[in-house]
Write a protein that binds this ligand. Structure first.
Ligand SMILES: [Cu+2]
Length: 159
C-alpha cells in the first residue's frame, strides 16, 4: 500500500518540480532587463572611483607650464590641485584662478611672498565657478597655497 502511495506522489512531485523550474525560468528572464538599467547607472560610481584614484595620485606629478607674453593666464583649481601647479609668466601678466571644485578654495601667497610688509595676493574663499585674478608686476617666484587646504600648493614664476 505504502509503495503505491509514494508511486502516486511521484508524478505530483514531478509536476511541482517542473512548475518550480518554469517559475524560476520566468523570474530569470525579467532579471536581465533591470540588470541593464543598473548597468547604465553603474559606470558613474565607477567613474567617481576612478576620479578619486586620479586625485589621490594627482598631487605627485607636478605640472609645469610656461605661458609668456599673454595678458592673462588661467590656473584651474580642480580635484584639490592647481593646474598648472607651476606656471611661468611674463611680467605684467594677470593670473586668473578659477575654482572648478564643489568645495571652496582660497588662493593665498606664502609668507615668503610678502612684500613691503603686506600680503601680495590673497583671494576670498572661492566657491564653484568663482575666479580670482592678480596682476604680477614684479619678477620673481611667488609661491602660494590654499588657505583652506594648506597641502594645496602652487607657484607663479614671473620673468
Ligand atoms: Cu582648497
Amino acid at each position: 500500500m505504502q509503495t503505491t502511495i509514494t508511486q502516486r506522489w511521484f508524478p505530483i512531485l514531478g509536476a511541482v518540480i517542473l512548475l518550480a523550474v518554469l517559475i524560476a525560468g520566468c523570474t530569470q528572464s525579467p532579471g536581465p532587463q533591470p540588470a541593464t538599467t543598473p548597468a547604465t547607472t553603474a559606470p558613474s560610481p565607477e567613474a567617481t572611483v576612478l576620479a578619486t584614484t586620479v586625485s589621490a595620485t594627482a598631487p605627485a606629478p607636478q605640472v609645469t607650464a610656461t605661458i609668456l607674453n599673454q595678458s592673462t593666464v588661467d590656473v584651474t583649481i580642480k580635484a584639490f590641485t592647481f593646474s598648472p601647479q607651476f606656471v611661468t609668466v611674463s611680467k605684467g601678466t594677470t593670473v586668473i584662478w578659477t575654482n572648478q571644485d564643489p568645495t571652496p578654495h582660497q588662493v593665498i601667497n606664502d609668507p615668503a611672498g610678502f612684500i613691503a610688509g603686506g600680503m601680495l595676493f590673497r583671494s576670498g574663499p572661492l566657491t564653484t565657478g568663482q575666479s580670482y585674478s592678480f596682476t604680477f608686476n614684479t619678477t620673481g617666484d611667488f609661491k602660494y597655497h590654499c588657505n583652506i587646504h594648506p597641502a594645496m600648493e602652487g607657484k607663479v614664476i614671473v620673468v
